[in-house]
Write a protein that binds this ligand. Structure first.
Ligand code: SR1
Ligand code: MG
Length: 425
């Protein structure tokens, strides 16, 4: 959906001065914040690539306001961007809310003129990526995200619901073309060719990048995953489920920032989370203050990766067995034939295919963060370029291996056990 002049008419960028009076005119929000609006404190805290984010503290409560800018924050007005991403973000939250419970923030208000979402302020949560850089352990994060992706993915697929409802959502989210364009260019295309937006640690990785761009098999694998990214309407996906889109405490896990949402392959969300965990694993030697300091922490990261896939697999399978009332693989048809075993075979094959997709998309997400436009703080924060390049090289090695050989892996245990050897090549 492109931004029409009419839709833009009421738009203006919010700032710390004007935000309070706007919020004061929203009765439910005003009541939540409590007290007199003059006593509210407003901070702009956004540090992502795209939007403005404000935190507002009142005597009653705190809230968060996220507003789309008419351009990418990270690039400035030279990279214009439609404002409708705010509409798709709140639409995604509304679509998955019945299925994922408190795993997303509560949305209090959406303003279609300002393209602003007023929602729950997550405190004392921190962005998972920052926690991983600091070496903190969050006992439930792998399990919680596995459960989340299973629920959000299953209940928006035609395994769970009639195709008419799914088609309706496909149509609604099909307008999110500008955000999908970012992913197509920055994840599936630019990293595999020369492009002025790309960057990498020079000159250390020059040879690695040239090798990648000359690797026809790797490029073919990435292009095929890119084709399926656009063509496979498996489920409503978050579309950007990296560790910067997750907020955590020791006891709680929340998924945020679903502005890239559309109907795509579920393996893309699985791969985003796994790939970013593995990027964090690769970065740890560069973040340690002495050799070996983060070894146990690296093991913990892989434990989370294992918990993530295991919980996803088991939850998705259980949902399918117990709540598979959709038009895809109609259970009644198999029951009538008295052939439940055939349906179980289908389920096993479906999950095996998802596992390979997860590795493939994880690979794409890792490669783009090393040689593409938008990098990750886990690696970019390593000050010594030679050390950073060593960490990035191990990420590229794992990712290229997964791109080309993902079909060979059958279990998460074997896949993770192979990482030290692959990354040392
Ligand atoms: C130009 S936006 C760069 C990246 O930031 C977002 O988080 C997405 O990952 C996007 O690809
Ligand atoms: Mg984001």
């Amino acid at each position: 959906m492109n931004t029409t002049p009419a839709a833009r008419a009421g738009y203006r960028t919010l700032d710390t001065g004007s935000l309070g009076s706007w919020l004061a005119a929203l009765p439910a929000v005003r009541e939540r914040l409590g007290g007199a609006p003059e006593r509210w404190t407003v901070r702009e805290v956004g540090d992502g690539n795209l939007n403005l984010v404000f935190l507002v503290d009142g005597p009653g409560d705190s809230i968060c306001v996220k507003q789309a800018l008419p351009y990418l924050r990270v690039a400035g007005p030279s990279w214009p961007m439609t404002l409708e991403r705010a509409y798709y973000e709140q639409s995604y939250y509304a679509a998955v809310a019945p299925h994922v419970g408190a795993a997303i923030p509560r949305v209090f208000h959406y303003d279609p003129e300002r393209y602003a979402i007023v929602m729950e302020c997550l405190t004392p949560h921190v962005i998972l990526r920052r926690g991983l850089i600091a070496g903190h352990r969050y006992a439930n994060v792998g399990r919680d995200i596995g459960d989340y992706v299973a629920r959000a993915g299953f209940f928006t697929s035609d395994l769970a619901e009639p195709f008419e409802r799914k088609f309706d959502r496909i149509a609604r989210f099909a307008g999110n073309t500008d955000l999908v364009r970012i992913s197509v260019d920055l994840i599936f295309t630019d990293p595999y060719r020369e492009h002025p937006r790309n960057r990498h640690t020079r000159p250390h990785l020059d040879c690695d990048v040239a090798t990648l761009r000359g690797d026809a098999a790797a490029k073919a694998a990435a292009a095929e995953l890119g084709r399926r990214f656009l063509g496979e309407t498996q489920a409503l996906i978050h579309g950007d489920l990296h560790s910067g889109s997750i907020m955590v405490t020791d006891a709680d896990t929340r998924v945020i920032d679903p502005e890239f949402a559309f109907y795509g392959p579920l393996g893309f969300d699985l791969g985003a989370f796994l790939g970013n965990l593995v990027l964090a694993w690769c970065a740890q030697p560069g973040l340690a203050s002495r050799a070996g300091e983060r070894d146990a922490y690296r093991d913990w990261i892989l434990e989370q990766a294992k918990a993530f896939w295991t919980v996803f697999h088991d939850r998705f399978l259980a949902l399918w067995r117990n709540e598979g009332h959709g038009d895809a693989w109609p259970a009644a048809m198999f029951r009538e034939a008295g052939d439940g075993a055939a349906l179980e075979t289908v389920r096993r094959q479906y999950l095996e295919a998802l596992f390979a997709d997860m590795l493939g998309y994880a690979a794409c997400k890792m490669i783009r963060r090393v040689v593409g436009f938008a990098h990750v703080a886990d690696l970019d924060g390593i000050a010594d370029p030679a050390l950073r390049a060593r960490c990035e090289r191990s990420a590229l090695g794992i990712a290229t291996h997964w791109l080309k050989r993902r079909q060979e892996y059958r279990s998460i245990e074997d896949t993770l056990a192979a990482l030290p050897e692959i990354s040392a090549r």
